[in-house]
Ligand binder design. Structure first.
Ligand SMILES: [Zn+2]
Ligand SMILES: [Zn+2]
Length: 267
């Protein structure tokens, strides 16, 4: 298990190289993007969405519901405040590793919104309970669900190799239905048979650390039929992003968030 501190530190150290070009303002056509070109589709599909660090991806629906997956930054974080993403209606946790489940952060968001629904797989609920957070709801794997008015599906997240993320742990990825699109936040997983059965418009695969790599991210994008890939859990590693960029099929739209800003993928 890697700690969140490694990722946060790496992100902080390596953000200096961030490209500043904005990725496709909303609007434009839906033609697939070409290498080195901004992707109009990205701006449109990612409206109201932001990735911060690790697997911390935040969504806002047209009807103003706010959903966080694996939040690592608390409501007092200056970037969170500047993005206006401080008050969640729903928090989904993928698994209990320290770079995905941060109980201090969860408790802080419950203070901001006592009505927030926090949910995760049974193992995350168990770990949270052991550490004094007993209001997490359990989500079943491979199921469609609706919480806080938000529809989503759970997808088993695991690696077939190694013992850090075994299938038996029952950990999760999520496909969120937001504003008519399907967003797949994979969690820590390799390309699995379950991922091959789903259909996503946008995929947020892990890229680096916790078993993630470019090969896995490319495969996950291919088998989930996503038309836009936004790697997360990249630790700010430019090498990992450049490698991924070079391996992606030419017609596949790609973008990345660096320090909460949507940017073009480095090449
Ligand atoms: Zn993990
Ligand atoms: Zn992880």
């Amino acid at each position: 298990m890697r700690t969140r501190h490694v990722f946060t530190l790496m992100t902080g150290l390596m953000l200096g190289w961030a490209v500043s070009a904005a990725v496709g303002a909303a609007g434009g056509d839906d033609k697939t993007c070409e290498k080195s070109k901004a992707c109009p589709k990205a701006g449109k599909l990612l409206k109201g969405i932001v990735h911060l660090t690790d697997n911390d991806v935040r969504f806002q629906t047209k009807d103003k519901k706010t959903i966080f997956v694996d939040p690592m930054s608390g409501p007092g974080d200056s970037l969170v405040v500047s993005l206006g993403k401080m008050k969640p209606d729903l928090i989904l946790i993928t698994h209990p590793h320290g770079d995905h489940l941060n109980l201090d952060v969860l408790k802080a968001y419950v203070k901001v919104n006592p009505e927030v629904i926090v949910a995760g797989p049974a193992d995350a609920v168990r770990v949270a309970k052991e550490k004094g957070f007993d209001s997490m709801r359990t989500v079943e794997m491979n199921k469609a669900a609706k919480l806080a008015g938000v529809e989503f599906e759970t997808v088993p997240a695991y690696f077939t190799e190694g013992d850090h993320h075994p299938k038996a742990s029952g950990w999760a990825g999520y496909v969120l239905r937001v504003n008519g699109n399907r967003y797949y936040v994979t969690g820590d997983t390799g390309p699995t048979e379950e991922a091959a059965k789903l259909k996503a418009d946008v995929i947020f695969p892990l890229l680096w650390g916790c078993g993630g790599n470019a090969e896995g991210a490319v495969k996950l994008a291919a088998i989930s039929n996503a038309s836009l890939i936004v790697p997360v859990h990249h630790g700010g590693s430019k090498d990992a992003l450049v490698k991924l960029s070079a391996m992606l099929p030419k017609g596949l739209c790609r973008a990345v968030y660096l320090n909460g800003k949507l940017t073009q993928m480095p090449e």
